[in-house]
Design a protein around this ligand. Structure first.
Ligand code: LLP
Length: 426
C-alpha cells in the first residue's frame, strides 16, 4: 500500500498535489512519500515480531538519499552498505554504527579501515582473500573486526538473471561447501572476531521457496560450525523480497508470510537475525513524475515521448522491468501507446503497446514504484541534467536533492592546456 492517491481527480502524494511539485521544481522529478516508508518499516517490524531483537538493516543501495535514510533511522532501521560512500551516507543520516553491516565483493583496504574506525556491526566477507586483507587492516589498527562469511548456497532465485546472486556461477559469497574450511582458516587470523554468517540470493523474489531452501542450508551450516567449536551468534538473511509492480500479476508473498517462514526455519537457531530489505521499504514509496513532450505517430502504436528517459529510470532498459504508468489527472479514456524517453537508443523504452490513461502533450504522467533503484541508478547520459528528488511528509514537502544542472556537469570537465589554445583549422 502506498500514499499516492487521487483527490478531486488529481494525483497527490499524501497531502501534496503532484502538479504543484512539477510547477515549482520542473520535471522529471522523483517524489517520495514519508508515510509509505514509515508504513513499510512498520510492516517489516511487525512481520518479524517474535524473533529475538532482529536487526533490520535497510539496503542503502535501493535509495541512498540522506533524507530517506534519516526517515528510516527514525524508525530504528540500520543499514546494509556496500561501499565507503554508502557508509558515509548512513552515518551522515544518523544511522548508528552498531546497526551497519558491510556487504560487497570488492571492499578495499581503505573502505575497511574507515568502517573499522567509525564502527559497524559486521563485515559480510565474500572471499578468503578479502578476509586476509581485513585481518591485516584490523590487526594494524589494533582492532578485532566483527565478521561473518556470506555463503553462496547455490539455489536458483527465480528472478531476472541480472539480479540473481545465489547461484554457483555468481560472483557473490563463498561456496557453502567451502565454508567449514574457510571458517577454520579465519579463526586463526589476527584481528578477527568471527561471529556470524550471511546469505542473499537475489532481488525481486516472487516466491519464498528459494529463500527457504537457502535459509535451511545456512541453518545446517551453523550447526556444523558449532559442532567444531565455532560460536555463531549472528545470521544475516539478506533482502530480496519482491514488491508488486504489475497489478495484473499475482502479488509477491507478503512480509507476514516471509516472517512466518523465517520463524519456522530460523526461529530456534539461537542467533540474532539480520535482514537487509531494500525495495520492500522504498519501492512503492516513490514515483517518477514526468511531463509528456509530444505524441508521435508510430507504425503500430503512437509513441508517447516523455521528458524522463532511461538515464533517469534504468530498470526497464536493464531488466525489462514493468512500471505502472498513469496520468496525474486521468480523464477516463484509455489509449494504447509505446512510452519512450528522448535518449538516442531504442532501449530508451519504458513500455511497449501499453494500455494506459489517455494523455496528450504537456500532461503529467507518473511511473509508479520508482522509489527503489530509480534515482539511485540515475545518470546524465545524453548530457541530461540529473533528476532531483522531493520528499513529502503530510502537507509539507522539500527538495532533498537538487537537480544537477548541465552547467554543473560541464564545469566538472576540464580542457587540458594543450587544447586550450584557439582552434586553428589544419
Ligand atoms: N543485500 C544485498 C547483499 C544485496 O546485494 C541487495 C541487493 C539487497 C540486500 C537488497 O535487495 P532488495 O531487498 O532491494 O531486493 N538494481 C536492481 C536490483 C539490484 C539489487 C542488488 N542487491 C533492480 O532495479 O531491480
Amino acid at each position: 500500500m502506498d500514499h499516492f492517491h487521487l483527490k478531486d481527480g488529481v494525483l497527490h502524494c499524501e497531502g501534496v498535489p503532484l502538479p504543484r511539485i512539477a510547477a515549482e521544481i520542473g520535471t522529471p522529478v522523483y517524489v517520495y512519500s514519508t508515510a509509505t516508508m514509515v508504513r513499510h518499516a512498520g510492516v517489516m517490524k511487525a512481520a518479524l515480531a517474535g524473533l529475538a531483537d532482529p536487526l533490520i538493516a535497510y539496503a542503502v543501495k535501493a535509495n541512498p538519499n540522506v533524507a530517506v535514510l534519516a526517515t528510516l533511522a527514525r524508525q530504528g532501521l540500520g543499514a546494509d552498505i556496500v561501499s565507503g560512500g554508502e557508509y558515509a551516507r548512513a552515518r551522515a543520516a544518523g544511522i548508528a554504527a552498531e546497526k551497519i553491516v558491510f556487504s560487497g565483493v570488492g571492499k578495499t583496504a581503505d573502505e575497511m579501515a574507515r568502517a573499522l574506525e567509525g564502527g559497524l556491526y559486521q563485515f559480510n566477507l565474500e572471499s578468503l582473500e578479502e578476509a586476509e586483507m581485513l585481518s591485516q587492516v584490523a590487526a594494524s589498527m589494533g582492532l578485532a573486526a566483527p565478521v561473518g562469511f556470506r555463503v553462496n548456497p547455490d539455489v536458483a532465485a527465480g528472478t531476472h538473471a541480472k539480479i540473481t546472486t545465489g547461484s554457483a556461477e555468481n560472483k557473490f559469497g563463498i561456496p557453502i561447501g567451502d565454508a567449514p574450511a574457510a571458517y577454520a582458516r579465519i579463526r586463526r587470523l589476527p584481528g578477527m572476531k568471527v561471529q556470524g554468517v550471511a546469505v542473499h540470493i537475489g532481488s525481486q523474489l516472487t516466491s519464498l521457496a528459494p529463500l527457504e531452501a537457502a535459509f535451511a542450508r545456512v541453518g545446517a551450516l551453523i550447526a556444523e560450525l558449532r559442532a567444531v567449536g565455532c560460536a555463531i551468534e549472528v545470521a544475516d538473511l539478506g533482502g530480496g523480497l519482491g514488491v508488486p509492480y504489475n497489478p495484473a500479476l499475482p502479488e509477491p508473498p507478503s512480509p507476514a508470510d516471509y516472517g512466518a517462514m523465517v520463524r519456522r526455519i530460523a526461529g530456534d537457531w539461537g542467533v540474532r537475525l539480520v535482514f537487509e530489505p531494500g525495495r520492500l521499504i522504498t519501492g512503492n514509496a516513490g514515483v517518477l513524475l514526468t511531463r509528456v513532450i509530444r505524441v508521435k505517430p508510430g507504425a503500430t502504436h503512437p509513441f508517447l515521448i516523455v521528458d524522463a528517459a532511461m538515464n533517469d529510470l534504468m530498470r526497464p532498459a536493464l531488466y525489462d522491468a514493468w512500471h505502472e504508468i498513469g496520468a496525474v489527472e486521468p480523464k477516463g479514456p484509455k489509449m494504447t501507446t509505446t512510452v519512450v524517453g528522448p535518449v538516442c537508443e531504442s532501449g530508451d523504452t519504458f513500455a511497449t503497446a501499453r494500455e494506459m490513461d489517455e494523455v496528450a502533450a504537456d500532461d503529467l504522467v507518473v511511473f509508479r514504484t520508482a522509489g527503489a533503484y530509480g534515482a539511485a541508478m540515475a545518470n546524465s547520459y545524453n548530457s541530461r541534467a540529473v533528476t532531483p528528488e522531493v520528499l513529502v511528509d503530510g502537507d509539507r514537502w522539500a527538495v532533498v536533492r537538487k537537480r544537477i544542472e548541465v552547467a554543473e556537469l560541464i564545469a566538472g570537465d576540464a580542457i587540458p592546456d594543450w587544447l586550450a589554445r584557439p582552434v586553428t583549422a589544419p
